[in-house]
Design a protein around this ligand. Structure first.
Ligand SMILES: Nc1nc2c(ncn2[C@@H]2O[C@H](COP(=O)(O)OP(=O)(O)OP(=O)(O)O)[C@@H](O)[C@H]2O)c(=O)[nH]1
Ligand SMILES: [Mg+2]
Length: 263
């Protein structure tokens, strides 16, 4: 049997990870694919029944806060290390479900996920040859040139830390006007436009920094198109699926494992 495709949903706090995981899982199920949804956020407040494998069965943020008298951030740090200790149990639970696709929601605190060694161990344990990191751009940040550059840097950091291919996604695209969406898409399609936008701002040290960062990004290679999605409106989900498939298998499509609507 072919190894499942594993997609990690990452992004800054509130970028829309959990909502996109749910919308994408629903879309995949209605298209006939077998999907396993995994929650790796011990502080998640999503209803457990929308998740197939839930880290909260092993590690819960509120329990850690009560038990050790920790605040939410301290508890997240402790939780990251505890999750790493439980990760083979999580992996076994995922494997038992035998999904074609495994969608993994990650903790809201991106710096914890990006910078703790425990997260590296977690991702290494759960990833096979067909794994991809989806990095969600929050439109509140992505719509300014310096915010956009900062998100590109964060996305590149994740790629560098985890050594996994990355698909950059513009989340909540419905909150942008068509003009804003065209502008932001233009920045990812043509780096020259981003450069112009960054340097058009007043030349404060901040802009100078963004310009330097931009140069670094440019030398890293093609940015890859930023894929607009809206979990609220259900748009961009099929192109997102196709991007993941391109990463996994050089573009071939999975055969749905059962006929849609047959359940
Ligand atoms: N308009 C709009 N709002 C959205 C969309 N997706 C998510 N939201 C809203 O954005 C907020 C954050 O969404 P979440 O899915 O919880 O984001 P998250 O990245 O999982 O958040 P944390 O796990 O807390 O970091 C919620 O209020 C959602 O209702 C979308 O596609 N469109
Ligand atoms: Mg979440």
């Amino acid at each position: 049997m072919e190894e499942p495709g594993t997609v990690y949903f990452t992004g800054t706090a509130g970028a829309g990870k959990s909502t996109l995981v749910r919308a994408f899982a629903d879309w995949m199920k209605s298209a006939g694919y077998d999907v396993t949804v995994v929650n790796l956020d011990p502080g998640s407040e999503t209803a457990p029944d929308s998740v197939d494998v839930d880290i909260r069965e092993w590690v819960r943020l509120t329990d850690l806060m009560d038990e050790y008298g920790l605040g939410p951030n301290g508890a997240q740090v402790a939780a990251a290390d505890m999750i790493a200790l439980k990760i083979f149990e999580v992996k076994q639970a995922v494997q038992e479900l035998k999904g074609d696709y495994v969608l993994i929601d990650t903790p809201g605190q991106i710096e914890l996920f990006a910078f703790r060694e425990a997260s590296k161990a977690i991702v290494d344990a759960l990833s096979g040859d067909r794994s991809v990191l989806a990095f969600l751009f929050d439109p509140a940040l992505a719509r300014t040139p310096s915010g956009f550059v900062s998100l590109l840097m964060l996305s590149a950091t994740l790629e560098f830390r985890f050594r996994l291919p990355i698909v950059n996604v513009l989340a909540k695209s419905d909150v942008l006007t068509p003009e804003q969406l065209a502008e932001v898409s233009g920045w990812s399609d043509e780096p020259g436009r981003l450069y112009d936008a960054v340097t058009r701002d007043v030349p404060t040290p901040d802009v100078q920094l963004s310009t330097e960062l931009f140069r670094a990004i440019e030398t890293m290679g093609p940015l890859g198109a930023l894929l607009p999605t809206s979990a609220k409106e259900g748009t961009g989900l099929e192109p997102f699926y196709q991007s993941c498939q391109r990463v996994f298998g050089g573009g071939e499509d999975l055969e749905p494992s059962h006929t849609p609507g047959a359940e």
